[in-house]
Design a protein around this ligand. Structure first.
Ligand code: ZN
Length: 159
């Protein structure tokens, strides 16, 4: 997926990009992966940041919960710009220059984005049922559809 640079000047669009990346098939609760989710207003300081409540476990979360963007000092807009330039195959050095970032920061950000926007959970919390959506995100972004298909389950194997 190539992020359209025209949309990046708009905060609402940045949050749309994040939602699309982490929940390509609709919002799911990060705690139990349920799609029984209701919207619960917006963040007080960031009005475009949607809050949700999971009806299955009752826990609350928002667009950035358990993503690499949560609590990061770089604004979401910068992350989305980094994603845009990654899509254009800019090097970390070029990217740092374009966005006036510290080259080390740029490298850390691209590394995280390549691993996926959803933070990896400690192995102990992972059960066999948990799907790693972040793998699909990266595969889709970098254009390796076969990697996505491999995770597709029985349908992909049938032929
Ligand atoms: Zn839940």
């Amino acid at each position: 997926m190539l992020v359209n640079i025209l949309g990046i000047t708009d905060d609402a669009k940045c949050y749309e990009v994040v939602r699309h990346l982490r929940w390509p098939e609709g919002v799911r609760g990060p705690h139990c992966d349920s799609d029984g989710v209701v919207e619960q207003g917006r963040d007080e300081t960031e009005p475009q940041r949607q809050r949700y409540e999971c009806r299955s476990c009752g826990r609350r979360f928002d667009d950035l919960t358990e993503t690499i963007f949560a609590g990061h000092r770089q604004p979401l807009r910068v992350w989305v710009l980094v994603l845009h330039f990654m899509g254009l195959d800019l090097s970390n050095e070029q990217l740092a220059q374009e966005l006036d970032l510290d080259p080390d920061d740029a490298r850390r950000m691209t590394t995280l984005l390549r691993e996926g926007v959803v933070q990896r959970k400690p192995a102990a919390r992972l059960s066999g049922e948990v799907e790693c959506d972040e793998v699909d995100v990266v595969a889709g972004h970098k254009g390796h559809p076969e990697a996505v298909r491999k995770k597709g389950g029985p349908a992909a194997a049938g032929g």
